[in-house]
Design a protein around this ligand. Structure first.
Ligand code: NAI
Length: 253
C-alpha cells in the first residue's frame, strides 16, 4: 500500500485528491490547519516543523506528497501570508519529508501551481525570485509592497520553477523522487467561492475564457494528480501540466 501526504486536504482540490487516493486503496495522511490527521499551520516555520515531525511519527516511508494548502490573492489578504503558505508551506513540507520519499524507492511529488502564471498579467516577478532564493523574510517584505492579487501568481510561478530546477538534480530524481506541478485554471472550490464574493476582484471570476465554457471540478484536478503520482507517469520529471479547460491555449496561442 502506498502512503501519500496531502496538505490542504480539508477542502477543495486537496479533499478531492484525498478521496480519490483512498478510493484506490492508498493510505493518505492529511495535513491542514483544521479537520486533518495532522493539524498544523503551514504559514510558520514552527508549524511546518510540527507537520513534518508528526508525519514522520506516523510513517517511515512516503510514496507521494501533494501540497495543496494555499490561500488566494484576494482583497484584504496579507500578501506576506500568500508567500508563506503557498510557497514555503509547500516546499518546506516536501523538503522535510525528503528522507521518507527517498526511502520509497520511487516517489512522486505534485505541486499546485496555477495557470495565473501565464494568464494573469503584471504579477510581481521579484517575489518569485526571492522565494527561489529561499529568503522568506525578503519575499514577505517584497510582497508587502503590493497587493495579494499580484503575489499569488508569483508564488505559483516559484513553485513551478522550483519543480523544474530541483526536479532534475541529484537531491531529487537522483533519489528516485519525481517533482512535477499541475497548473489548474478556475476550479469550483471554496477558494473560488471567496473570489466571487470579493468586492474588487469578484468581477474577474469569470473573465478568463475557457474552451469548455465552465469552471473545472476539483475531481478533474485530482485525476491528473493521481496520474502524476502513479508509475504511469514515470517519464515525467520537472513538468508543469496545465488543466484549465483551454484558458492558457486561448490566451497564449
Ligand atoms: P481551498 O481554499 O478549497 O482549500 C485550501 C486548503 O488549504 C483549506 O483546507 C485550508 O484550511 C488549507 N490551508 C490554508 N492555509 C493553511 C495553513 N496556513 N496551514 C495549513 N493549511 C492551510 O483551495 P483549493 O481551491 O482547493 O486550492 C488548492 C490548491 O490549488 C491551492 O494551492 C490553490 O492555490 C491551488 N489552485 C486552485 C485553483 C482554483 O481555482 N481553485 C486554481 C489554481 C491553483
Amino acid at each position: 500500500m502506498r502512503t501519500v501526504v496531502v496538505s490542504g486536504a480539508a477542502s477543495g482540490i486537496g479533499a478531492a485528491t484525498t478521496a480519490l487516493l483512498r478510493d484506490q486503496g492508498d493510505r493518505v495522511i492529511t495535513v491542514d490547519q483544521r479537520d486533518a490527521d495532522v493539524v498544523a499551520d503551514l504559514s510558520t516555520v514552527a508549524g511546518r516543523g510540527e507537520a513534518v515531525a508528526a508525519v514522520q511519527e506516523l510513517t517511515d516511508v512516503v510514496h507521494g506528497v501533494v501540497p495543496c494548502a494555499g490561500v488566494a490573492g484576494l482583497t484584504g489578504v496579507d500578501p506576506a501570508l500568500v508567500v508563506s503558505v503557498n510557497y514555503f508551506g509547500a516546499v518546506e513540507l516536501v523538503r522535510g519529508l525528503r528522507p521518507q520519499l527517498a526511502a520509497a524507492d520511487g516517489a512522486s511529488v505534485v505541486l499546485l501551481a496555477s495557470n495565473s502564471i501565464t494568464c494573469q498579467p503584471g504579477w510581481r516577478e521579484s517575489v518569485a525570485d526571492l522565494c527561489l532564493a529561499d529568503d522568506e523574510a525578503a519575499a514577505r517584505a517584497d510582497a508587502a509592497q503590493t497587493e495579494a492579487v499580484h503575489v499569488y501568481p508569483a508564488t505559483k510561478a516559484a513553485l513551478a520553477r522550483w519543480a523544474r530546477r530541483e526536479g532534475v538534480t541529484e537531491d531529487w530524481i537522483g533519489q528516485g523522487i519525481r517533482l512535477n506541478a499541475v497548473a489548474p485554471g478556475m476550479i469550483a472550490t471554496p477558494m473560488t467561492d471567496q473570489l466571487r464574493e470579493d468586492p474588487e476582484l469578484g468581477v474577474f471570476a469569470d473573465v478568463y475564457p475557457t474552451a469548455v465554457a465552465r469552471p473545472g471540478r476539483p475531481e478533474e484536478i485530482a485525476a491528473l494528480i493521481g496520474f502524476l503520482l502513479s508509475d504511469a507517469s514515470s517519464l515525467m520529471v520537472g513538468s508543469v501540466v496545465y488543466a484549465d479547460g483551454g484558458t492558457d491555449a486561448i490566451m497564449n496561442p
